[in-house]
Each structure stands twice: as C-alpha cells, then as structure tokens.
Design a protein around this ligand. Structure first.
Ligand code: DHE
Length: 520
C-alpha cells in the first residue's frame, strides 16, 4: 500500500503541470461567431474592456456560465469547466487589438441605406397622433416599442442593436429618430413607415448622439476610438471625424457626450480625460475661433495659434479639470458641468468661454437628468443625486442652492412637464429595498408630496409625460417589467403594459418642443 502511494506520488510529480486553458482559443471556438473575431461585436455586443461598463471579470464569468435571460446569449456551464470560463472571462478584459482603426473609411464601409427616401410614404401608415408617440427602449431583449400616447397601445415593436443608450434624437418634424447603441451603431428610423432606413457604425464604443437643430448633422461621441464623428443626417455618410486630442501636450480623451445647443447652432462636447469643453459649430458662416496651441495629427506635435472658421469650426474652452456630465440653461448661455469626483459643479459661460461660478453640490449630481422651471420669477434647475438621497435645486440667477429635497434614496432620473406642478423622481441608486418608489415633488413647495409604488419590491425608474402632461409613464425596470401609466392629477393608475426592462421612454412632441421638463 505504502509502495503504491509512493509510486503514485512519483508519477504525479513527473507529470507535466495541467495546461492553463487558452482564453484566446476558447473565444475563437465559442464566442467569435456572434461577438466577432476581434471582439468588436456582431450579432452579439462587442466584448472589449470599454464595452464592459461596470461589469467585473467575476460577473462576466457568471454570464458566460449562465447566459443572459431573454437574449440569445446561452449559458456555457455544461460545456466548459470553471477554469475555462475564467480564462474566457479574462480574455474579454484584454485591451482592444493593437492598431485597431475605426476611421472614416471603416465607418463608411459599415454604412447601409436600407430604404431610399423616394420609397418612403408621405403620411404615417397608422392613425395615431404622430407627435404623441412614445418610443420605449426595452433593453431586456433589445427592442423598441412604438406606443400610441393617446390610447396607450403598442403600434410596432422592433429589434434593435444590443444595448441602446441615451435618448433617441428626433428630427424637427418628429418624423425620423436616431437611435444609438453602446457599440456605436447609429440607426435612423422612419416613424411614418415604421422601419429603419439607414444604419452606420460610427464607433466601437460610443456614448450618445446629438442631432443638429437644422436637421443636417448627427454628432456621435466615442470612447473608442477617442473621437467625435459628424455624419450627414440624411444618409448617415461621414462628414468629418475629429480625433479627441487635447490642447495641452497632445493627450487624447474619451468623448463623454455631445449635445445640440440649438440657439448657438453648435454641438457642445464633454471630454472625459482632458480639462476642456469643445464647441463645434454647424453654422456655415461661423466666425473664426482662435486656439493657442493645436495638435497637428500628421506631424504628431503641437503647433502655434490656429484659427478655424465656418462649418465645424472648433472652439476649445479650457477648464480646471475634466467636466463630465452637462446641463444647460434654456438659452444655452451657460452650462453646468460636474467634476468627476463630485462635490461641486462648475458653471461655464459659453459666450465668454470660461468658468464663471461654482455650485457646492455634495455627492454626485446627475446633471444630464436635470430639469428647469420658473417659480416666483426665478428659473430653478433641479438634478437628482447619484450618491445622496436628495434632489438638489439651484437658482440659475446666482447659482445658489435653492433647496435640497430629501428623497428615499439616491436617484437617476427626474422629469416634469410645463402643465403639471409636480416633478417625478426615483431612488434607483438606493438600497435594494428602497428602489421601488417614485416620489412626486411639488415644484412650488419643493417637498415630496406623494409616493407611488408601481410594483412593490421591484425597481421603478424613468418617467416621461404625454404631450399634454396629463399622463406620466413609469418604468418597472425589470426583465419582466412594465410601463405603468398614471393620471398626473389623481395619481391613479390608468393602465400597465408588460415590457422587457423598459429603460427609457421618449415622447416625440416633448422632445421636439424642447419641453423644460424632459431631457433633450
Ligand atoms: Fe446613461 C442618458 C451617461 C449609465 C440609462 N447617460 C445618458 C446620457 C449620458 C449618459 C451622457 C445623455 C445622453 C443623451 O441622451 O444624449 N450613463 C452615462 C454614464 O456615464 C453612466 C453613469 C455610466 C455608463 O455606463 O455609461 C451611465 N445610463 C447608465 C445606466 O447604467 C443606465 C441606467 C442603463 C443603461 O441602459 O445603460 C443608463 N442613460 C440611460 C438612459 C438615458 C441615459 C435611459 C436617457 C435618459 C433620457 O431620458 O433622456
């Protein structure tokens, strides 16, 4: 017995160490068909560190093992060992392939015009009010539902690219909408004929899109590659790719977001890594803007004073530290940007091109979800706070804090409408037990006056009003969730529609009329 054990031990010691599973090979075998050989995405989403968001390797391993419900992602637990799954998850967090290019040529190659304009009908193919439609983005199974905002019945439900993010943007007449996925796909969809008409991949990992108020251009903010892409809004062809190279020392930056500043005829751009705010004009006759130093991409170095004028003239506004998340006053004279670490917001005056004030805001205000309203002759601006259980209200005349309204937990979204004295917010960033409540704030008394629980124990978030402000649509933000419609005077439930994690709802009229109670 003793002899056998010793010989077994000797054999074990002599055997080569068990080979580590090869993540690259496993990826090629099991994932590449859907997610692309280079992890750039295909039928499934891109699997690069930039695309993973807040997902950590352990959570990625769990998805590989169990799959994702309601999507085409199967679980691999029965085919792969634990260490193989771990190796595969680690492979996904390796940097993007060296030398990856996604420039004008690659963007153009991805572009498809699906329906030429001359084949589009002159009128809507349905009898609902085309300006009171809602788009409901269902991220649970990557679909959009087009909803009749008077009768609350779906008119069409169509599949989208995986992981749409940010608000869809609408043409001024409300006919076309532009949807963007985190993998950089921009889809132009015709709401009259209810079909996609053009599509392009403007980036590998993108943040959001903006549509110029004259309807000519779509701007796309990219993390990967680090660029701002300007497309023709008509056929989505590339107009210009602007690499996000910083003013000082040629550092590059991820582009956090881009916004249309309608009265200025420009796009305002937030940079994640460089202390600059960009303004890109879409006015053909924009006067020259001068920049102290500018990076010459061909020479790979900084050069002296440069001027640009006319269409796409680029103005850079230096700030002390990168400002990420923006909110504007209605005239687009000032923007309020939050510093990355939170604790304060900075007011940048776009007319003079420099910071002019600071607002002490504890926690992390979510300015992108901010709204404004008039009260007692003052324009107030309110923002949810991602880290504190409060809604912060700021007097835009002198940037003082007008109120801190206590809520049930940190929130993500805030919404109102000109025709209601109430603003509705969530606590979806709060403790699990506190995420199921929508709190109704009276804009006059600045207090929570009502609490609604659309589905007890389940996350409630994101509200959008109908065109007339009489109804509010609330998401039950779960894979088997719902959109719940409330009467905004009685707070009674009117109806509920089952939906797959309805992340956002967008009313065509409120968006094109730039309602002060919604995002733009
Ligand atoms: Fe968003 C809008 C940034 C995480 C759902 N989000 C936006 C916008 C920006 C932004 C800049 C405005 C774009 C626009 O409409 O043009 N979001 C960020 C982040 O930096 C953050 C915190 C981290 C990230 O992963 O990017 C982030 N966002 C999320 C989520 O985790 C949410 C809750 C779920 C999801 O789908 O990813 C989420 N973001 C949304 C939604 C909007 C949005 C639904 C549109 C709101 C609207 O009503 O307009």
């Amino acid at each position: 017995m003793r002899w056998l054990s010793l010989s077994l031990l000797a054999a074990l010691l002599a055997a080569p160490a068990a080979a580590q599973p090869d993540g690259t090979a496993l990826y090629g075998q099991h994932c590449a068909a859907c997610h692309g050989a280079e992890r750039l995405g295909g039928r499934g989403p891109a699997l690069l560190p930039e695309s993973m968001g807040r997902l950590r390797p352990a959570a990625a391993a769990e998805v590989i093992a169990k799959g994702r419900p309601a999507t085409q992602m199967p679980g691999f637990a029965s085919q792969l060992s634990g260490s193989e799954i771990e190796a595969l998850a680690a492979h996904l967090f390796r940097p993007a392939p060296a030398g990856l290019r996604w420039d004008a040529a690659e963007i153009e190659t991805s572009r498809q015009v699906l329906v030429p304009p001359e084949q589009l009908p002159a009128r809507p193919v349905f009898d609902a009010d085309p300006l009171n439609l809602f788009l409901v983005v269902e991220t649970g199974d990557h679909h959009v539902t087009v909803l009749d905002g008077d009768r609350f019945v779906p008119i069409r439900r169509f599949p989208t690219r995986p992981a749409l993010h940010g608000g869809p943007k609408f043409s001024a007449d409300g006919r076309f909408t532009y949807l963007m996925s985190r993998d950089g796909w921009v889809t132009k969809y015709d709401l009259y004929s209810l079909q996609p008409v053009a599509e392009v991949r403007a980036g590998i990992n993108s943040r959001n899109v903006a549509l110029s108020s004259d309807g000519r251009f779509v701007a796309v903010a990219n993390y990967l590659p680090r660029s701002l892409v300007l497309l023709n809004a008509g056929d989505l062809s590339v107009k210009r790719v602007i690499p996000a190279v910083g003013l000082r020392g040629g550092t590059t930056s991820r582009v956090s977001a881009v916004y249309d500043a309608r009265p200025r005829r420009s796009f305002v751009v937030a940079m994640k890594d460089t202390p600059e705010v960009w303004e890109v004009s879409y006015d053909d006759d924009a006067p020259p803007v001068y920049t102290g130093l500018v990076h010459n991409h061909e020479k790979g170095m900084a050069e002296g004073l440069a001027a640009s004028a006319g269409l796409f003239a680029l103005r850079r506004i230096a700030v002390e530290e990168p400002l990420d998340d923006f909110m504007f006053d209605p005239a687009y004279r000032n923007l309020l940007g939050s510093a990355r670490e939170g604790g304060r917001a900075v007011v940048v005056n776009l007319t003079v091109g420099r910071p002019v004030a600071e607002v002490p805001l504890e926690g992390l205000p979510h300015l992108g979800s901010g709204i404004t309203w008039m009260e007692g002759g003052r324009r107030l601006m309110a923002t949810p706070n991602l880290k504190r259980p409060e809604v912060d209200v700021i007097d835009m005349a002198d940037w003082s804090i007008a109120a801190r309204i206590p809520t049930d937990g940190p929130g993500f979204f805030l919404r109102s409408h000109e025709r209601t004295p109430y603003a509705w917010t969530d606590s979806m960033m709060g403790a699990p037990g506190a995420r199921d409540t929508i709190q109704v704030i009276d804009k006059r008394s600045m207090q929570v006056v009502r609490r609604l629980r659309p589905a007890p124990g389940r996350t409630a978030a994101h509200v959008e009003f109908t065109r007339d402000g009489r109804h509010a649509l609330v998401s039950v933000w779960e894979d088997d969730g719902a959109v719940v419609v409330y009467d905004t005077e009685t707070f009674e439930e009117v109806t509920r529609l089952p939906m797959r994690r309805p992340s956002g709802k967008y009313n065509v009229f409120n968006k094109i009329a730039l309602s002060e109670g919604t995002s733009h």
